[in-house]
Design a protein around this ligand. Structure first.
Ligand SMILES: C[S@@+](CC[C@H](N)C(=O)[O-])C[C@H]1O[C@@H](n2cnc3c(N)ncnc32)[C@H](O)[C@@H]1O
Length: 403
């Protein structure tokens, strides 16, 4: 192991991580409670685990060791008030001590072809990168993505800061495979004859330019000769014969749209290292939950990251153990909606009080406190996002049992 980074408490932090990893081998892991009963997590369920992620990750080792394909985390920064363990002080060492055992456990939960995305701003980015090298191995570092999050923000004395960093490691570098993204955004993925195909329904347009709302922009097969001539029809017929195009009944007049079907693997391109995604707060506003949680990440960003490693693996398990408002759950749902996948998520969030003037509107009937916990917002966001993305969707809310 590299000794590039040293800090006060490092040995103890690694020793703690190792001890917790061993607990599951000894069968002594924390267990989970659901509605008052012991609950054994299932790899086929979506879960929100309410509690500290250290015992939560340790407990998950019993059922999920080596099962997680994608980890995305946006940990609390070293701001002094976000850390669960405030008594450690507010320096980089306490942040590293906090993160070390958690990342070690996350690594144990990852599949050999799994990857971890660690999202950070300037404050902890350099330290996190060195820590990640220590835990996952510098050889397994796949690089750093830039998240372009804003057009501007003039608060910084030096320059306008509009980005942060997403460091990426694989558990085993050469097993993760390329990070993919869809080449053609408007197309839809469908399973045709058991194969994943990208389906474009508007390859032929009636003409150039703008279309009025509701106006049919597709050129129907039956109208090709009249609009584009016999040569065009012959061209289309040749592609129909080769299987590149198929006809699909379209609209009320019994006509057919010309549809292009491409095997999914041919319709992807590698992810570009700069990802622009704005509007995490807007995503929450769209669900009626705006202004309650500060700095949620954009659903689109996390969806892009998740999809990039699950392009051909739409049943994969995705883990976020600093869940916050639950962006990752919604991103998983959005990715599933896109390709009819059944990716699963595991989110972990402490029941910290949510200090917000708007939080009162979220108080449930069964709440006895004035302000609900962040984890209550997470759960409510998952419920609302589920209605939007997938009405068949279920998730299990569990707690880490007191030890
Ligand atoms: C920066 S926020 C994550 C925001 C999230 N990515 C989103 O888009 O909403 C970090 C979250 O980690 C939670 N957290 C901090 N320490 C934790 C711990 N030990 N276990 C579980 N959650 C923790 C905080 O309460 C906070 O909600």
């Amino acid at each position: 192991m590299s000794t590039a980074l040293n800090w006060t408490g490092k040995d103890a932090a690694f020793a703690l991580g190792e001890r917790l990893e061993q607990q599951s081998h000894l069968g002594e892991v924390p267990h989970f409670i659901r509605n008052g009963d012991t609950h054994v997590p299932d790899v086929a369920e979506n879960m929100l685990v309410v509690g500290d992620n250290l015992p939560a990750l340790t407990g998950l080792l019993a059922t999920h060791r080596g099962r997680v394909k994608v980890v995305y985390i946006d940990p609390p920064y070293n701001t002094g008030n976000a850390l669960a363990y405030k008594d450690h002080g507010h320096d980089h060492a306490s942040w590293l001590n906090f993160m070390t055992p958690r990342l070690m456990l996350a690594r144990e939960l990852m599949r050999d072809d799994g990857v971890i995305f660690i999202h950070l701003d300037d404050g902890e980015s350099a330290w996190a990168q060195l820590l990640g090298h220590e835990i996952f191995g510098e050889d397994n570092s796949l690089g750093t993505l830039i998240h372009q999050r804003a057009k501007g923000g003039g608060n910084s004395p030096s320059f306008v800061r509009g980005h942060d960093y997403v460091h990426v490691w694989a558990k085993v570098a050469d097993q993760a495979g390329a990070f993919l993204t869809e080449k053609k955004a408007p197309a839809k993925l469908e399973i045709i004859d058991g194969k994943r195909m990208l389906v474009e329904t508007d390859v032929l347009r009636a003409g150039f330019g703008r279309y009025a709302r509701g106006q049919e922009r597709r050129l129907m097969y039956e109208d090709i000769v009249d609009v584009k001539g016999a040569k065009k029809l012959a061209e289309v017929d040749a592609k129909l014969a080769s299987g590149e195009y198929v006809l699909r009944q379209w609209g009320a007049q019994g006509k057919h749209a010309v549809v292009r079907v491409t095997p999914a693997e041919k319709a992807s391109s590698k992810l570009y290292s700069i990802i622009k995604a704005l509007g995490g707060q807007n995503d929450l506003e769209d669900l009626g939950l705006g202004g309650i949680f500060s700095y949620p990440k954009p659903v689109d960003l996390v969806k892009t990251l998740v999809a990039s490693q699950t392009f051909f693996d739409p049943d994969a398990i995705v883990l976020d153990f600093f869940a916050g408002s639950g962006t990752t759950a919604q991103a998983v749902m959005a990715a599933n909606q896109r390709d009819e996948g059944s990716r699963k998520f595991i989110l972990v969030q402490t029941p910290e009080p949510l200090q917000s003037k708007n939080a009162r509107s979220l108080v449930d009937a069964d709440s006895e406190t004035g302000f609900p916990e962040i984890s209550r917002l997470t759960a409510e966001r998952i419920r609302r996002a589920a209605k939007r993305h997938d009405s068949e969707f279920h998730f299990t809310e569990i707690r880490v049992a007191e030890q």
